[in-house]
Design a protein around this ligand. Structure first.
Ligand code: SAH
Length: 447
């Protein structure tokens, strides 16, 4: 194959990023914006040792599993690469991937339960960061195109509740009416950079206006307009971010209007969310995930449980009532502070949270705490080897592994499997419909 030439092929799989995979004479080519089953014409743009990159020039025969919507799906940005693949097929693909990763990477042949998807896989996000910029002299508010700084103007954001659409429209109208300078990413000029929108169960919203400078011209006009035209907006903040880097939010927040925190719920638990707090993005599926983790844990009144990678303490609090004590470990200071205040707010007093890296803190804690059960919920890179070794040393009767990355899950449970644990249940949950991500909960029992 030669770079620049045109080839034809059928998409047979997705990569873990959600790009289409074509095998051309057995050589894998990755192509964006296609779905499994499409027969396409593509141009080879890059060739590495073990794979190539293609750009689709024409879909010759569309996949029968394609789905078209009444809106332009590209406006939802690069985060939802599977959007044009039927939702039930997406679920099937995710479930199969979990099974394959466990087998290929972990060498574990275990029954994988049917993935739990969403009844309605749209408007599920409760936090989005939407870039504001200009294109051809016009204001644009919308998501970035995949791997690019190009903003695709959004009409309706089908990933967030409707109130987000009204906020976007209102801010846009204010920008135009008062001729506010939006941020130009090439020239690094202008004021308004992003809109952070957080929403809760009751369809109330917090708006975080990310600006390049501290002064916002016609600020009170904006607040007035938002209050009048978007009745659910209960809180407005400004975030000042003078950096050009990849982070949306800078360090400084200024409270402009209404409540300082947005209250949300997962099951019976209540959480007061500050503009900088971490909170699970899909509230409905988070509850589903936690219920499964809880049922796999089978908490008893004399259980002492470690919750490693505890974040703001949500899983700890969710299981606390069933057990004697929960010990959380988390490396982000503000998350531990949140976890502590969340436990107070929910009148839960049998939880403790330790700040520090799990690989350092956890091995030190196992001597003094005779815990009999462990939950781990690590970031995408999985558990550090020291954490797995300390679990094996502690030798709990049961481990519940919550994972957002089936490949590192497989790698880690292979180690536990070889050290005397048996994987007895594997339950995938779709937390991010239309993305290539998949959450999994595993139950491991000491033999
Ligand atoms: N269990 C929580 C959070 C899971 S996300 C929930 O359900 O909401 C993973 C968490 O691990 C994040 O909060 C992240 O800050 C934390 N983390 C990442 N690396 C860590 C490490 N080495 N030690 C401890 N915590 C870590």
């Amino acid at each position: 194959m030669e770079i620049g030439n045109i080839y034809k092929g059928q998409v047979i799989d997705f990569t873990h990023e959600g790009n289409g995979v074509i095998k051309y004479d057995g050589f894998p080519i990755f192509v964006e914006d296609v779905v499994i089953g499409d027969f396409i014409e593509f141009k080879l743009v890059e060739k590495k040792k073990s794979f190539g990159i293609g750009v689709v020039s024409r879909i010759i025969v569309q996949s029968t599993d394609r789905v078209e919507y009444s809106f332009d799906t590209s406006t939802l940005g690069g985060g939802v690469p599977l959007i044009n693949y039927k939702y039930d097929k997406q679920l099937e693909w995710k479930e199969k991937k979990v099974k394959q990763d466990l087998l290929r990477i972990g060498g574990i042949d275990v029954e994988v339960s049917k993935i739990i998807g969403m009844k309605s896989p749209f408007r599920y996000r409760n936090h989005s960061q939407i870039p504001v910029g200009e294109k051809d002299g016009k204001v644009v508010i919308g998501y970035y195109k995949a791997k690019s700084n190009d903003i695709i103007p959004i009409d309706e954001d089908y990933l967030q509740p409707e109130i987000a659409d009204r906020i976007i429209d209102t801010v846009k109208a204010w920008v135009i009416e008062y001729d506010i300078q939006v941020y130009n990413r090439e020239k690094e000029l202008g004021v308004i950079k992003h809109l952070g929108i957080r929403t809760n169960e009751n369809n109330e919203a917090m708006l975080i206006l990310v600006t390049a400078f501290s002064k916002i011209p016609y600020k009170y006009e904006l607040i007035h307009k938002l209050v009048k035209e978007c009745p659910g907006v209960v809180s407005i903040y400004q975030n000042i971010n003078q950096e050009k880097g990849k982070f949306t939010y800078g360090r400084e927040y200024v409270h402009l209007f209404g409540q300082e925190q947005l209250r949300d719920y997962i099951g019976d638990l209540q959480f007061d969310i500050s503009p900088d707090s971490f909170f699970q993005v899909n509230r409905l599926q988070t509850r589903v995930l936690y219920e499964i983790a809880k049922s796999f844990l089978e908490g008893k009144t004399d259980d002492v449980v470690f919750d490693i990678y505890s974040g703001i303490g949500t899983i700890s609090l969710f299981i606390a009532k069933d057990v004697k004590k929960v010990i959380g470990i988390e490396s982000v200071k503000s998350a531990v502070e949140n976890a502590k205040s969340n436990s107070k707010k929910n009148n839960i007093d049998n939880v403790e949270f330790y700040l520090g890296k799990a690989e350092i803190v956890f091995p030190k804690l196992i001597g003094e705490n005779k815990a009999n059960k462990v939950i781990v919920d690590p970031p995408r890179k999985g558990c550090e080897r020291e954490v797995l070794d300390a679990i094996i040393e502690l030798s709990p009767e049961r481990i519940v592994y919550v994972s957002c990355n089936p490949s590192t899950l497989a790698r880690d449970i292979k180690i536990l499997d070889r050290s005397g644990y048996e994987v007895t249940k594997v339950q995938p949950v779709d937390m991010f419909p239309h993305s290539a991500h998949c959450e999994v909960v595993c139950k491991l029992i000491r033999l």
